[in-house]
Structure formats: structure tokens, C-alpha cells
Design a binder for this molecule. Structure first.
Ligand code: EPU
Length: 339
């Protein structure tokens, strides 16, 4: 049975560096340890439970009165290959970016557009991480998950996971599932994914029209370093809001009024807008509310200027949402998860 610690500081376990304490915290580094925990009285008695990966998409709004389960499962390996792909599995507690770089070093391409995203392998499917024209769901072969209601292990396929834009079954049923490992399908007939114009420019400047996956990864890393704050230096949780998706009629009304509005047509006829642009138009880019700032190089990212609490973040986020609503009639939805 893994050790359960009491009254544990969570400050270092969330990339926003928000102060909070957990009534109880346990680190799981084996599946048998997890099974022992699920049988244990402290699991059954916990008023609330929180499965924690890298803590990079979380806002602690106060202390957590329940049990935090920090996933520390480690390991990664090639589990199969055929003419089409390599199948590579990683345990949920592996660092995402280290895993991506390891696959590239082995010569297995496919995850390079998702380089430098903070967090763990197990958290990646929860919000279906995406960047520069690729979402992780596209590369998932299967997942091994534990149903925390009865302790049973299941193998899920992507079709079982209700993946959507920054959304999944796991995000919709918080507390129900613990992702133990993820198996990826990495294509042998790899083509660089350069739909995102800024990435295409960055890649072509150094590698022309036929880059390697490693060169694409390096380009993504350069772009992210230019635009996004490094959580090791400035507390943040990445994009704070989702990019809103509106129907065609609403888009037509907005576009008539705001000609510069960045927009991305969706397969279903709706249109995705850039929340960062909307927020910037409201004058928030680089602005602070108390210790919470709107990042000067990417308005979609809120940052901790030092000493911010979760309540400070909630206050800033509410004000931004209200101003975007007043100006554009659009309701921003948080991407980060409030605990
Ligand atoms: N924009 C502005 N002002 C800003 C920020 C953006 O005008 O302050 C404009 C940009 O000029 C561009 C458009 O908005 O025309 C889109 O901006 P960007 O390409 O930087 O991406 P994003 O839509 O703001 C999304 C993801 C990021 C991901 C990038 C690249 C969401 C919520 N965010 O951001 O993901 O890295 O695209 O693919 O979908 C994350 O989820 O944590 C994250 C960082």
C-alpha cells in the first residue's frame, strides 16, 4: 500500500504555482499499488478525489479537502510494428515532452507538432492536447485505464473516448477514470503536418520543403519559446480559454463588424475564432489585475506575476470573460480546469 501523506502543499504540483494544500496525497507508481489504494479505507472515506498528472492545466481555487492521487507510473517501449506503423506505449506518469523527444530520437515520427507541451502522457488524452494542426487523439492506438468505481482495468480505443476539441470522456467524467498508459500509432509513411502557416514558414526557413520530424519538432519548440511563457519561470496553465466555435450566421455578423477577425472554418460548417485575438481587442494583452497578468506575447495565457492565489485567477478570468461578452457577445469557456 503506497504511503498516504497528510496536509501536503500543492504549490509545486501545479504549473500556475497557486498556493493550496491537499488533506491527503498519495503517489501511485505501480498498478498493484493503485489496486491496494482502491481497497483501502482512506480511498473509500475520502470526500473527494483528484487524479493529478503534471498539474499544467489546473487552477486550485482553494485547499483540496480530499485525496489527491498523483500518477507516477513510468515506462515506455515499442510494443509492435508492421508495414504501416510503430506502436509505442508509455505509462501515464512519463513527462510528455521527454516522451515526444524520445520517440523522435528512435526514428518514430508523428508527435513532433506536440513538442514542448507541458504535462504528462496520461494527461494528454484528458484534454486531447493539440497544437499546430495536430490533436493527440489522431495518434492514439489505445489506452489502458482503470475504472475508479470498481478498480477494473479496461483497454479503450479512440472511438470509445469521445474525443473533441480539448475534450474527452475523461474530461467529462472527472474522477471516474485513471489513465494508466497510452499506446500511440506512429506512421511509417510520415508526412510533415504543416497546415499551420507560422510553422510552415519556420520549418521551410531551415529545412526547405522536405523537413525531418526532428526539424519540425525544433521549429515548434522555437515558436513556443517565442510566444508562450515557460512554466518553470512564470507560473501559467497554457491557453486559459478555449477558442470559441460559433455558427455561420453568428460568424457573418461578427465578420461584418470586425474585418480582421481571425477565423478557422470547421468541417461541420461552424467557425472557430481566436480567443487570444478577442481578448487582445479588449485591451487585455500585457495588462494585470493584481498579481494575475494577461501574457504580453499571447493574450490567451494568464500568468502568475508572483504571489497570485486561485481566487485572483478567477477574478481576472471573470473580468476578461465579461469584457469579451460585452464587446463581442461571445461567451469564453475556460480550458483550464478549476479545482
Ligand atoms: N492572436 C492575437 N492576439 C493574441 C494571441 C493570438 O491576435 O494575443 C491571434 C493570432 O495572431 C492568430 C490567432 O489569434 O491569428 C491564433 O493564435 P495562435 O496561433 O497563437 O494560437 P491560439 O489559437 O491562440 C491555439 C491553442 C494552443 C496552441 C496554438 C497553436 C487553444 C485553446 N490553444 O492557441 O494550445 O499551442 O493554437 O496550435 O486551442 C494550450 O492549449 O494550452 C495551447 C497553448
Amino acid at each position: 500500500m503506497p504511503v498516504v501523506r497528510r496536509d501536503v502543499a500543492l504549490d509545486a504540483l501545479n504549473t500556475f504555482r497557486l498556493p493550496a494544500r491537499a488533506a491527503q496525497l498519495v503517489v501511485i507508481d505501480t498498478l498493484s499499488g493503485l489496486q491496494a489504494l482502491l481497497q483501502n479505507e482512506c480511498w473509500q472515506a475520502a470526500p473527494r478525489r483528484l487524479v493529478l498528472g503534471g498539474g499544467s492545466n489546473l487552477v486550485f481555487t482553494g485547499d483540496f479537502s480530499g485525496l489527491v492521487v498523483k500518477v507516477g507510473l513510468r515506462g515506455r517501449q515499442l510494443v509492435g510494428e508492421d508495414e504501416q506503423c510503430w506502436r509505442v506505449a508509455a505509462a501515464a506518469g512519463e513527462n510528455w515532452h521527454d516522451f515526444v523527444r524520445w520517440t523522435l530520437a528512435q526514428g518514430w515520427p508523428g508527435l513532433e507538432n506536440l513538442s514542448l507541451i507541458p504535462g504528462t502522457v496520461g494527461a494528454a488524452p484528458v484534454q486531447n492536447i493539440g497544437a499546430y494542426g495536430l490533436e493527440v487523439a489522431e495518434r492514439i492506438d489505445s489506452l489502458t485505464v482503470v475504472d475508479l468505481q470498481d478498480g477494473r482495468l479496461h483497454r479503450l480505443l479512440p472511438a470509445d473516448c469521445a474525443f473533441g476539441y480539448r475534450d474527452s470522456l475523461f474530461k467529462r467524467q472527472p474522477g471516474r477514470w485513471l489513465i494508466a498508459s497510452v499506446c500511440f500509432r506512429l506512421p511509417r509513411s510520415w508526412q510533415p503536418r504543416l497546415d499551420y502557416a507560422e510553422l510552415a514558414r519556420e520549418v521551410q526557413a531551415v529545412a526547405g520543403m522536405a523537413p525531418t520530424a526532428l526539424q519540425v519538432s525544433e521549429a515548434v519548440i522555437r515558436i513556443r519559446r517565442r510566444k508562450l511563457p515557460d512554466p518553470a519561470e512564470i507560473g501559467n496553465a497554457g491557453s486559459f480559454f478555449k477558442n470559441p466555435v460559433v455558427d455561420a450566421a453568428a460568424f457573418a455578423r461578427l465578420a461584418a463588424r470586425w474585418p480582421g477577425l481571425p477565423h478557422y472554418p470547421q468541417p461541420d460548417g461552424r467557425v472557430k475564432l481566436a480567443a487570444g485575438w478577442l481578448i487582445e481587442q479588449c485591451g487585455w494583452k500585457g495588462r494585470n489585475l493584481g498579481p494575475v497578468g494577461c501574457f504580453e506575447r499571447q493574450a490567451l495565457v494568464l500568468v502568475n506575476r508572483g504571489g497570485a492565489t486561485g481566487q485572483d485567477v478567477v477574478r481576472a478570468a471573470n473580468l476578461i470573460r465579461a469584457e469579451v461578452r460585452a464587446r463581442f457577445g461571445i461567451e469564453l469557456e475556460a480550458e483550464a480546469v478549476f479545482v
